[in-house]
Design a protein around this ligand. Sequence first.
Ligand code: 16G
Ligand code: MG
Length: 580
Amino acid sequence: MNRLRRVWRLSPAIPTCPVLYPVTTTFTFHRQISPRATDRKMQATIEKYPRKNDVYIQYGTAGFRTKAELLDHVVFRMGVLAALRSRAKGSMAIGVMITASHNPEPDNGVKLVDPHGEMLEVAWEAIASRLANASDSEFQEELAKVAIQTGVDVNKPALVFIGRDTRSSSERLGEAAIAGVKFYQGTAVDHGQVTTPMLHYYVYAHNMNLTPDPQLEDSYFSKLASSFISLSKEITTKKNYSPFVDFDGANGVGALAIEKLLPRLGNTLLLTVHNTDTVTPSTLNKECGADYVKTHVAAPKGFEPTPNKRIVSVDGDADRVIYSYVDSQKQFHLMDGDHIASLVAGYLMEMVKDSGLELSLGLVQTAYANGNSTKYITETMKIPVAFTSTGVKHLHHKALEYDIGVYFEANGHGTVVFSNNARNLVLQAMNDEKLDESKRRVIMRLKQVMEVINSTVGDAISDMLLVETVLKARGWSMEDWEAAYQDLPSRLMKVHVKDRNVIETVDADRKCSKPDGLQKEIDRVVSSYSFGRSFVRPSGTEDVVRVYAEAETQVEADKLAVEVARVVYNNADGVGPIPS
Ligand code: 16G
Ligand code: MG
C-alpha cells in the first residue's frame, strides 16, 4: 500500500494519467495487483485509434506520410507526443500539422512544429517513430519511458496548436490529434484549415508573445501585407514590371489563405486566383500546383495562361512556390526554386553592400539545384553556396551559419533566415543619427524585407511577396529575370526497388556509399556525357529511389537518367519493369 501511495505522489497534478509514471517495479506491481478503472479507460482510448498493421512507419523528411486510412493511431499518438514535448519545453506551444502537402488526396501526413516555429528537433524524430510503431498494448509503457528519458515535468501545463490542410481526411485526423493531446492532459487549440507556414508562425508568435491568440491570423496576414505595401511604396523603379499575376492555389489551403490576404494588398499586387476548389477532394494538386508544374515542366491546368503573364503556383499546404509563364509562342518557361534563390540572394547582397553593414551572406542548395544556377551564383554573383542533404530542416540549419542565409530547394521550398547579429546591426543603424541618408534608406528597406519574410519555414505566400518585391525593385519582366542564366537540361526519374533503404548517400546526397560498387558504376556512366552529372537517393516521402541527371542537351540528360536508373535497378534489386 505504501508503495502505491508513492506512485500517486509522483504525479499529483495529473492523478488520472498513469502513463506518466516511471516504469519501475512499483508501477508493475501496481498494475499487476490492481488494474484501475482509469488504466482501463486510457487503454480504451488508445484502442479507439488502433494500430491496424505492423508495417513500420518512420518520421521522415516531412513527418509521417502515407495513406490517410493508416494514420489515425499515428496522429493520435503525435497529439500525445506534442503535449509531452510542450511540457519538455516549459509549456511552450507545440504545433501539429495534418497535411500530405503535394501528395494525392487519399494520402495524408502529420508533422510537429517546435516552439520557435522550427521543425521538430531531429533527436525527437526517433522518439516519434518509436511511439508511432508501438503496439496498442505497449503504447502506455513506451510513453512512460519517453517521459522518463526526456525528463518532463508532469506538473506543467501543455499547449498544442493543431492545423490542417483541406484534405477530406484532415478533419478526422485533426480530431485524433486533439484526442491525443487531451489524453495526455494537455490543452489543444484547433486552428482549423491553415497553411503549414501559418501554423509555424502561430506557434512562434504565441511563444514570443507577439500577439494575443485570437489575433494570430490577423497578425500573420497584416504583417505580410503591411510590409509588402510599405516596400511597394518605396520602390519607384517599375520599368518592365507589371503587378498582374495569375495565382494557382492547387485547389488546396493556399487558395483559402490567398483569399484572406488579397483584400489587404489593395492594388499593389493584382492577383487573379485560380484552382480554388477546396471542396471536391479529387481536385487537390490535380494537374496544378507547384509540384505538378515543376515535375511536368508544364503550365497548371484550370485556366488559360495569358502570354508572358506571371503564374505563381503553390503546393497543397502552401509551403513551396514555383513561378512560370507561357510566352507569346506558347512556349512554357519554368522559374523554379533555383531561380528564386538567385533573384533573392542577389537583391539582398546588393542591399548589404549598399548599407555598408558587415554581414555575411550565403546561399544553401541541394544536389537537385541546377548546375548552371550554382555556377551563376558562385561565379557571377560571387555568393558562397553550401550544399546539404535534401529536406528543409537540413537547409534551414545550414543557413543559420550566415548572418543572412538564403536557402531554396529547386522544388520551391525555401526562405531567408537572419542572425541575431544581423537584426541587431540593422536596428542599431536605423537609430544612428550620423548615418548617411542613402544608407539609412537601404537599411529601412532591408528591415521591411525582413518583415515580409516568414523566417520560421518556407512560406509560398511570403516567398511570392518577396519575389514580387525584387522584381518590382529591378523593374523586371519574367523574360528579364530568366535572362540571368539558362538551366542545364535535366531529368528526374523514379526506380522501384525491393527496399529503397539499401541505398545510402553521403556528401549531401551527391554520392552513394551503399550498396558497394553502385557509385563506381554511376561515375562510369556519367563520365561519357558532356556536362553530365547524376545522383541517386532513396525518397523520404515515397517508396522509390529517385534519379537525377543533367547534361548538355535534353536528349543526353534523358539518356543519362535512363542509364543511371538501370544501374540502380540492377544494383538495388529493382522490381517491376526495367526503367526506359
Ligand atoms: C519533403 C521535404 C522537402 C524535400 C522533399 C523531398 C519538408 C518540409 N519537405 O517534401 O524539403 O525536398 O520532401 O522528397 O521538409 P523526396 O524525399 O520524396 O524526394
Ligand atoms: Mg508542402
